[in-house]
Design a protein around this ligand. Structure first.
Ligand SMILES: NC(=O)c1ccc[n+]([C@@H]2O[C@H](COP(=O)([O-])OP(=O)(O)OC[C@H]3O[C@@H](n4cnc5c(N)ncnc54)[C@H](OP(=O)(O)O)[C@@H]3O)[C@@H](O)[C@H]2O)c1
Length: 204
């Protein structure tokens, strides 16, 4: 995925783009890897240092021209935006985009991050976000809560549905989820990966 159009060259100068990935040691690990391979600096967040260490080791060969910054932190805590800000300031980085696995954070923290970070912000929501209100309610992406004010142009939500190919429904793997999340960095608006209806069709 080419992320070079996240900001125009005149805005970035010649510096490499930097993307924050919360969940980079797990479900969004392929996203972190593909961004690094494309020459994008990645700030990778997870709680466990061992999992972050695995990401560091497995991407060393990919990082010919990009840097990986690992941050072991709890992204659900209200202090999380300040943790990211300190890292950005200390390493003189500027964020061009963020991908956050929503179960790793909290709604108010995500909202604070979008405001504080001022960049394209992809929130990856699980299929729970698409649970219908009643048996005759057909959920659509328009049912997501509205996004207010300046957050509207920056924030985009990716709802993870299920894959229905070959008739047997299955959950997506981390490669499929990561590819959709990276693509959403440059695609404004909310979207669904796969299917979320009919609700009774979802995999075990
Ligand atoms: N609809 C779908 O198709 C769908 C939806 C969800 C999952 N899945 C599948 O299920 C697999 C496993 O999913 P999973 O939900 O168990 O994810 P996972 O693979 O454990 O990844 C979660 C990531 O978030 C980080 N994380 C969790 N809580 C955090 C916190 N409070 N602060 C900072 N980082 C935090 C984890 O690192 P730490 O644990 O080190 O904090 C990890 O990097 C996925 O790879 C995917 O294939 C499919």
């Amino acid at each position: 995925m080419d992320t070079s159009n996240l900001r125009k060259p005149s805005e970035t100068g010649l510096r490499r783009p930097t993307i924050l990935v919360v969940g980079a040691s797990g479900i969004l690990r392929p996203a972190a890897s593909s961004l690094l391979a494309a020459g994008t600096d990645v700030i990778a967040v997870g709680r466990e240092s061992d999992r972050l260490g695995d990401l560091d080791a497995s991407t060393r060969g990919l990082r010919t021209s990009a840097a990986l910054h690992v941050v072991a932190a709890d992204a659900s805590r209200p202090t999380f935006p300040a943790v990211v800000r300190r890292l950005l300031d200390s390493r003189r980085l500027r964020l061009d985009g963020a991908i956050v696995y929503a179960p790793a954070s909290a709604p108010d923290v995500i909202e604070a991050c979008v405001t504080a970070m001022g960049c394209a912000f992809v929130e990856v929501l699980t299929s729970q976000a698409a649970e219908p209100r009643s048996t005759d309610h057909q959920w659509s992406v328009a049912d997501l809560p509205p996004i207010e004010g300046c957050q509207r142009s920056r924030r985009r939500r990716l709802v993870l549905g299920w894959q229905r190919r070959d008739r047997v429904p299955r959950w997506h793997n981390s490669e499929e989820i990561s590819a959709a999340a990276v693509a959403a960095l440059v695609l404004p608006g909310d979207r669904v990966l796969g299917s979320v209806t009919p609700w009774h069709d979802r995999p075990e």
